[in-house]
Design a protein around this ligand. Structure first.
Ligand code: FE2
Length: 261
């Protein structure tokens, strides 16, 4: 079976890139299940029910997120009710929503998606490694195919998670930096790995934000309100082929396209 993972969807240009591309990819690339990180899909920070709905309608099956999940307050009730919008599993116990889910693919395969968040150069979340162990224990026997979104700043923490879960999940894909890395590989025990999938968002920007605003902040160190950039959008992510009988990945291929939006 084939999974499509799409990196952080940033604002309207990112949503447009997904809406324009996913139906086509579903038809032509024989994709069975689509996962997208949506934490910046509404106005560039956070996700709201409208943005989540737009991505799901375009064919995304499971939405992951990260540190910006609470930026739009009306997502909290939506999260409580949804079984396909995830927040990081290792937030403090009792946080609204869920950190993993099982969804059936278009070809009928049960696929588990786990959303973790890192701690290096980030907030003081619970341990993502032990959280992954707990999720896998409670998922035992429910899904042979497991994809992990490791939302983290530090490449080292993401690489470490890849090794920690090698042979125990089908794929560990990193998110959060919005810059795609070129280290995709199949680890020795069969886990597909990529340190960062990149973003679905405006190409001629600084990680999705208008570049002149970011430059102003760097040059003056004065506060500047960030706005999502416009222009052509990148669609970045990865296609992962998995043997559904064993859960081992067969291949991982990066996706990088420019979409006129
Ligand atoms: Fe993030």
């Amino acid at each position: 079976m084939r999974l499509l993972y799409l990196g952080d969807v940033v604002g309207r240009p990112g949503r447009r890139a997904v809406v324009e591309s996913v139906p086509h990819l579903l038809a032509t690339a024989e994709v069975d299940l689509v996962v997208a990180n949506c934490e910046n899909s509404a106005g560039g920070v956070g996700v709201d029910p409208r943005a989540a709905g737009e991505l799901l309608k375009a064919g995304v099956d499971v939405l992951t997120s990260g540190n910006h999940i609470w930026a739009k307050r009306d997502i909290i009730d939506y999260l409580r009710d949804s079984d396909v919008l995830l927040r990081p599993l290792n937030f403090v116990p009792g946080s609204p929503g869920r950190g993993f889910t099982v969804k059936h693919s278009r070809s009928g395969v049960a696929v588990a998606v786990i959303n973790l968040i890192g701690r290096v150069f980030m907030n003081n979340y619970d341990d993502p490694f032990r959280a992954a162990d707990a999720a896998l224990a409670s998922l035992a026997g429910r899904a042979s195919v497991v994809l992990v979104d490791m939302h983290a700043e530090a490449t080292s923490e993401k690489v470490a998670m890849g090794w920690y879960l090698d042979g125990r999940v089908s794929a560990v894909i990193g998110s959060h930096t919005h810059v795609q890395t070129a280290d995709e590989r199949i680890l020795p025990e069969g886990t597909a790995y990529l340190t960062d999938a990149g973003m679905c968002g405006p190409r001629d920007s600084v990680i999705g934000v208008k570049r002149e605003l970011v430059l102003e902040r760097f040059l003056t160190q004065m506060p500047a309100r960030f706005e999502v950039a416009s222009g052509p959008a990148l669609l970045q992510g990865a296609l992962i082929d998995v043997d559904e009988a064993t859960g081992r990945a067969r291949s991982i291929t990066r996706v990088q396209e420019t979409i006129e939006v």
